[in-house]
Design a protein around this ligand. Structure first.
Ligand code: ZN
Length: 338
């Protein structure tokens, strides 16, 4: 991973380096850069020669963070995310996953939280500071959160915590109240576009589509670029969906397929209510049906979202969504084009 932060995150980092609290909560909707900001902050706190801009990037502590072996940094993530972001799992867990005895968890396990608490009680081996980074903090269940609570209240020595979340309202109030909250800032669209173009080498039109598809959240936009989304596909989606043709979505994961339908539904509702669409260009949208029909569709999609991680049969599910989309959007065509 590159250590160069996006400019709006860099500005927030410099601001946060002035904070003295021992526990920080980085909050905001997904895709605004909670993880890179949290890691940059941890790296700066642990750095041997930090500057006002953050970690020096050259000392042995910075190097140890970069190769993910810093003895004073504990990164607490769901196992699926550890694997994705290249943080090593403890040997026992890795072994059990390799042997297919357990599946990598999407939650932060209680056992892992207990180990993080134990970590704060170890003797420090490098400098004066120890850091525990937890992301996404809302993936701790009540038991895990309670395990952490006491340490968060009365940290031993010079332990500092960074909790990063995409759903602060799902955290225990007792956790929230022990942290100093920083709400992540949204970048200016032009700034985000430029950053996206630099990260991906894409042209402006394509970067614009990714950013729109992600509702303006740069990290989510980067994920769309990695999913291989192109401008033509995105622009063609609304009319294709209205025809019940979801072929363009077939290679995406079910949760992403559903996300697209939810975004389309959102935009149609916005337009129907006299507002502006957020994810798709207005001229690409089919005529919206009535709000009652849209609101029922929205509820159906939300209900599907609750089961989308365990699809019975992804292909069949996509077919069902296609039929439902055509039905919803055909109402408009019947009514508006008699
Ligand atoms: Zn350094």
């Amino acid at each position: 991973m590159s250590n160069t932060l996006a400019p709006w995150l860099q500005a927030q980092l410099e601001q946060l380096l002035h904070q003295r609290g021992h526990a920080l909560l980085l909050a905001g909707p997904s895709g605004l850069g909670q993880y890179p900001l949290a890691l940059a902050l941890a790296r700066a706190w642990l750095c041997e020669q930090p500057t006002a801009q953050g970690a020096c990037g050259t000392c042995s502590s910075c190097h140890a963070v970069d190769v993910r072996t810093h003895p004073d940094l504990c990164v607490l993530l769901p196992e699926t995310l550890s694997i994705e972001l290249g943080w090593p799992l403890d040997e026992k867990t890795q072994d059990r996953i390799d042997k297919k005895e357990i599946k990598a968890s999407k939650q932060i396990r209680v056992e892992a939280t207990r180990e993080a608490v134990a970590f704060t009680q170890f003797t420090r081996s490098r400098g004066d500071t120890q850091v525990v980074l937890i992301y996404p903090a809302e993936r701790m269940n009540v038991e895990a959160a309670n395990t952490l609570l006491k340490t968060l209240e009365e940290p031993v020595g010079a332990v500092r915590f960074i909790l990063a979340t995409e759903a602060a309202h799902q955290l225990l109030p007792t956790i929230r109240s022990r942290c100093l909250t920083h709400t992540l800032a949204w970048p200016q669209p032009a700034q985000a576009l430029q950053w996206l173009a630099t990260q991906t080498g894409a042209d402006d039109t394509t970067a614009q589509v990714w950013l729109a598809a992600a509702g303006g959240r740069p990290d989510d936009a980067l994920a769309w670029s990695q999913a291989g989304l192109d401008a033509k596909t995105w622009d063609g989606l609304p009319t294709a969906v209205a025809r019940g043709d979801l072929a363009a979505l077939a290679d995406w994961t079910p949760d992403r397929q559903l996300e697209v339908l939810q975004k389309l539904c959102h935009d149609l509702m916005a337009v129907r209510a006299g507002g502006e669409p957020r994810f798709f260009a207005r001229e690409r949208l089919p005529k919206p049906p009535g709000l009652r029909v849209l609101s029922q569709w929205s509820k159906d999609l939300a209900a599907s979202a609750r089961h989308v991680e365990h699809p019975f049969n992804a292909g069949l599910m996509l077919q069902a969504w296609a039929a439902r989309s055509r039905e919803v959007l055909a109402v408009a065509h019947g009514r508006n084009n008699p």
